[in-house]
Design a protein around this ligand. Structure first.
Ligand code: GNR
Ligand code: NI
Length: 181
């Protein structure tokens, strides 16, 4: 097991479109294990291979269920772990705006418009086909991770005005970080 380095915006590798996985072999299983460990270490709810510089269509997610609905039971990491290989949105409905963050753009969030429900078809880590029907935060996170595999960040989904404003803020933050060193 290893913790991988997460690429940060404006690293241009984050704009790479990932290639489909042709065979779910030991290398892909190892990648999934390392990505899950990295996601938990970074306290994220999802991670795409693109974010660790591997341009293969692989993502992991662990979206906590609303534990107010599960009284007395606290969310344990690993319980909702999903690994997706070659994920595709096969159906969608509705619209939702949600304040998104990203491990590749730490410290910044913005309201992003997404489908409120999605059906996603993918292979699991055993190479078997599966379909997930999701709403709520899981639906949002699935779309966010599939975007990464297409080289798209949440800031790319904002209006030009909002995107320019957030990009300027990120640039400023990076510059002041550099001065601190
Ligand atoms: O940890 C994450 N939280 C999150 C919150 C709202 C919408 C999307 C996300 S995904 C993000 C982890 C990440 O950057 N995955 O690519
Ligand atoms: Ni992200």
């Amino acid at each position: 097991m290893s913790i991988l380095n997460i690429l940060k915006y404006p690293d241009s590798l984050l704009q790479t479109k990932a290639k489909p996985v042709s065979k779910v072999d030991e290398e892909i299983k190892r990648l999934i294990t390392d990505m899950a460990e990295t996601m938990y270490f970074a306290k994220g709810i999802g991670l795409a291979a693109t974010q660790v510089g591997v341009h293969k269509r692989v993502a992991v997610l662990d979206v906590p269920k609303d534990h107010t609905k599960h009284e007395g039971k606290i969310f344990k990491r690993g319980e909702n772990l999903i690994a997706l290989i070659n994920p595709e949105i096969t159906d969608h409905e509705g619209e939702i705006k949600y304040e998104e963050g990203c491990l590749s753009i730490p410290g910044f969030t913005a309201d992003v418009k997404r489908f409120s429900k999605v059906a996603v078809r993918a292979l699991n880590k055993d190479g078997n086909e599966m379909e997930i029907h999701a709403d709520g935060l899981l639906a949002i996170a699935l779309q966010h991770e599939i975007d990464h595999l297409d080289g798209i960040l949440f800031i790319d989904r904002l209006s030009k005005l909002k995107r320019d404003i957030i990009k300027r803020k990120i640039k400023k933050a990076i510059e002041s970080e550099k001065k601190m060193l």
